[in-house]
Design a protein around this ligand. Sequence first.
Ligand code: FPP
Length: 253
Amino acid sequence: MFKFFKSNKVKSSIDVSLDYNKIPKHIAIIMDGNGRWAKQRKLPRTMGHKAGIETIRKVIKECNKLGVQYLTLYAFSTENWKRPQNEVNALMQLLVEYLRKEFDELNKNNVVISHIGDISKLPKVCQNELIEAYNKTKNNTGVVLNLALNYGGRAEILSGIKDLCKDIIDGKKSINSLNEKVFSDYLYTKGVPDPDLIIRPSGEQRLSNFLLWQCAYSEFWYSNINWPDFTESDLRRAIYDYQNRERRYGGIK
Ligand code: FPP
């Protein structure tokens, strides 16, 4: 059942009725299009990232409301260090500001503020804020927000292999005991179910080194909307489409 409504931002937004028994457990989002959003408005790129934070706010609230258990947001990749230094600095600054400003609200809404990626390469102030936010919220019972920071799927797999090799050398693991489940526990996402749905706005249709191991059977959803224009209705539309797909995991139905 569709209800069309007018949005001054995105004409294609459609409100949909969702099946609350089939809400994806884990949604992962590549928050793309901030730069283009800013360029279209003749603004500096950092304004696009700032506007993207407003979308993060909306999406977390909606996920909590819908009962999504895990939300992973690709905020800074291992490749994003190639960007101009002023943009990298601005992103790090925005992260700190976000964690400081939003902490009370997120905590009040029972959100677990977690992260994946090698945060040891981030500025110390970012590391401290991330660790403190996690320690203070780890016992919350709402959506688990995984901020992917200095995250790369290949780096994650390599880091898992190194840790696994160490455990084999130290006699803590045997080669014969290895299987996909055992290896998954060496990834940053240990304990987190694989994403059911991966969303990428802004028109690009690629993974960009995101959750390479974990996305083996994820459903993908793309749209032309730039991240700052992405709304709760777009999230609901993505979930609606997901609910109307048949997941066969390589088998037959
Ligand atoms: C990709 O768009 C976006 C990023 C690399 C950064 C995303 C960051 C935020 C939304 C805000 C900061 C995050 C937190 C968690 C506070 P792009 O810049 O590549 O856009 P373009 O492809 O249009 O240039």
